[in-house]
Design a protein around this ligand. Structure first.
Ligand code: DGY
Length: 324
């Protein structure tokens, strides 16, 4: 008998067809009514879940009696209760590596956009304001040759550091759990405590996973350590920053600007951030290129197949549950 897969987001019709060759596939869709209700109805039958963007923990998975694997189409897995999945013997997989370069590109887009006021001046020109040459009040700041502080030098952090060092001649500082001597040699990067990084950097880029240790890592105290001329870029997770404190600092001009891809609550339809010309606000698109989203979905499908067919998935987040 075929196993059942509940595909709850981010798979193309072609991928759903490919899944249907191996499994009974249930794919909730807005055309069929309420998504949560469809999810809840399918859950007790599912051996595998594949998708992203749902909080999945004890409460949500109480009825998932047959569940063997949750294959997330994301690198981050902070929306899953890993402890609970592990306790239940349910495998959790993610999609590392395939989104590293695209996400680093997006971080640099935010660095450049916030430094050179790209979004603000685009809106200004389109509003018909460009009647004479741009005044110094609208000038941006340079990126090349400045100091780039990376909070969390994992794969994505290193890819951002490489762009900064090799492409823009930036001095690279980083903070995190452990020094990375190989990257230090490659990028002439220096490991410093977070407070020193905040005080010395012109651009602070947050690339840490969300955990109890990194929640609200950047609050009022940390923002006050930054230079008023500095820019803060967040491509990690929204709750890494105290968003209210950030908004206050931006409104008061205590910080030059911010480039944000992630927020405390997502999706975000309304926010004081949207009224701030010194905040570039993107709708969580770090990995949202056609190529990368395709690669992520393929990687998640590989993980799902392995788990449901008795092979150890390549990207097993909780290896304790593997009894192969
Ligand atoms: C991830 O994969 O964790 C990114 O935030 C994109 O969803």
């Amino acid at each position: 008998m075929k196993k059942t897969v509940l595909a709850f987001s981010r798979l193309s019709p072609a991928m759903l067809d490919a899944l249907a060759e191996r499994y009974e596939v249930i794919a909730p869709s807005p055309d069929k009514g309420d998504l949560d209700a469809q999810f809840a109805e399918a859950l007790p039958h599912a051996h595998g879940l594949i998708g992203v963007g749902r909080r999945l923990g004890r409460e949500q998975l109480a009825d998932a009696a047959r569940l063997e694997v949750v294959s997330s189409v994301s690198v981050g897995y902070d929306s899953y209760d890993v402890g609970y999945l592990t306790e239940r013997g349910i495998m959790l997989t993610n999609t590392p590596d395939v989104l590293t370069e695209s996400t680093a590109d997006l971080a640099f887009a935010l660095i450049l956009a916030s430094a050179r006021r790209v979004a603000e001046l685009d809106a200004w020109a389109k509003a018909g304001n460009w009647r004479r040459t741009v005044e110094p009040a609208l000038f941006g700041c340079d990126v090349h040759g400045k100091t780039l502080g990376i909070v969390g030098l994992g794969n994505i952090g290193a890819a951002i550091a490489r762009r900064g060092r090799l492409g823009f001649g930036m001095r690279v500082l980083y903070s995190g759990n452990t020094p990375k001597p190989v990257l230090e040699r490659e990028l002439d990067a220096r490991f410093v405590p977070l407070d020193a990084l905040l005080a010395e950097s012109d651009f602070v880029c947050l690339v840490v996973p969300l955990s109890d240790k990194t929640r609200q890592l950047i609050g009022r105290r940390e923002l006050a350590l930054m230079k008023p001329s500095a820019l803060l870029v967040n491509i990690a997770r929204g709750p890494v920053i105290d968003e209210a404190a950030l908004i206050e600092a931006l409104q008061a001009g205590r910080l030059r600007g911010a480039g944000l891809d992630v927020y405390e609550k997502e999706p975000l339809a309304e926010s004081p951030l949207f009224a701030l010309p010194n905040a570039v606000t993107l709708p969580h698109i770090g990995s949202a290129t056609r190529e990368t989203r395709q690669a992520m979905a393929e990687r998640a499908m590989e993980n799902l197949h392995a788990a449901l067919e008795g092979r150890r998935p390549r990207d097993l987040v909780n290896p304790q549950v593997w009894r192969g």
